[in-house]
Structure formats: C-alpha cells, structure tokens
Design a protein. Structure first.
Length: 160
C-alpha cells in the first residue's frame, strides 16, 4: 500500500484521490439503497425517504467542499457573467464630493525656510508644480471639501 504522507508524485496522488472518490460515491449509493430498504421495512412513506436522501446529499456536498474546497482542479459549475454583463463595482476609489462647499488653501514655505539643505542655495518655485490633496473636514458640524495646494520648490544644484 502507498504511504500518502510520503508520496510526492502528483500523478500517483491524483489516481489515489480518484479511486477514493469513486469508492466514496459507491458507499453513498449503498447507504442510499440501504436507507430506502430500511424505510420500506419500517413502512415509511416516499416523502420521508426523499427528505432523508436530500439530507444525505447535502452532507456529501459539505464533505466534498471541506475536502476539495476552492483548491480543487474542478471548474466551478456556474459561469461568471461576461465582462459586458457585469455590474460595475462600487466603493472602489475616491468619490467626487461635488455637493460640498470648497475651501482652497495654498501652502508655501516661509522665506527663511527656502534654503537648500545641500548647498545653502535659494529654493525656487517649480513653476505650476505642486502637491494637491483633497480632504473632507467637519467645521462646526458642516462638511467642506478642503483642496490643498502645497507648492514645490527646488534648488539649481538639484540636491547635489
């Protein structure tokens, strides 16, 4: 007999899994038949038998899910909708807040802070380049959209 704990070859493991699955299905069919036979001997009606069979099928499905789970090589039974039919995902990315009043702030360095740490040269504005952020802030129980523009600076030495 093969030691499954030590076996490394995927083809052998796959064959063992298929054999075990076949035996499992056979045993479930046998249980189904024996359950029907016992119910007939007890005089149970067809509805009770059908209910018990459905319960056994659910148990089998739960066990298969626990054993094989998502990592199974089987394809899912239901196909996902094609790209054209899919509904757009919501909640991803920033949402524009057009209904909020806007307060704009421009943050600039103080004149005494406009010195390059590398060469002590003067930092100059980088034209129209700036870091722009938006944040929703509550002021006196009112919501505002605060747009901040932080001016960028550079020195002619480029930090050498």
């Amino acid at each position: 007999m093969i030691s499954l704990e030590k076996e490394q070859r995927p083809d052998i493991l796959r064959q063992v899994a298929l054999l075990l699955d076949r035996e499992n299905r056979h045993l479930h069919e046998r249980i189904k038949n024996l359950t029907i036979e016992v119910a007939k001997l007890k005089g149970a009606d067809a509805a009770t038998l059908q209910l018990e069979i459905e319960q056994l099928r659910e148990m089998l499905a739960r066990r298969e899910q626990a054993i094989f789970g998502v990592s199974s090589e089987k394809r899912p039974r239901t196909r996902q909708k094609p790209e054209a039919e899919r509904e757009p995902q919501t909640g991803h990315g920033p949402t524009e807040q057009k209904h909020l009043p806007v307060l704009e702030e421009t943050l600039e360095l103080a004149p005494d802070e406009r010195t390059c740490p590398a060469c002590n040269g003067t930092l100059e504005e980088m034209g129209d380049q700036a870091d722009e952020t938006e944040e929703i802030t509550v002021v006196r129980r009112q919501f505002y959209l605060v747009k901040r523009r932080r001016q960028k600076y550079r020195c002619r030495c480029n930090g050498a």
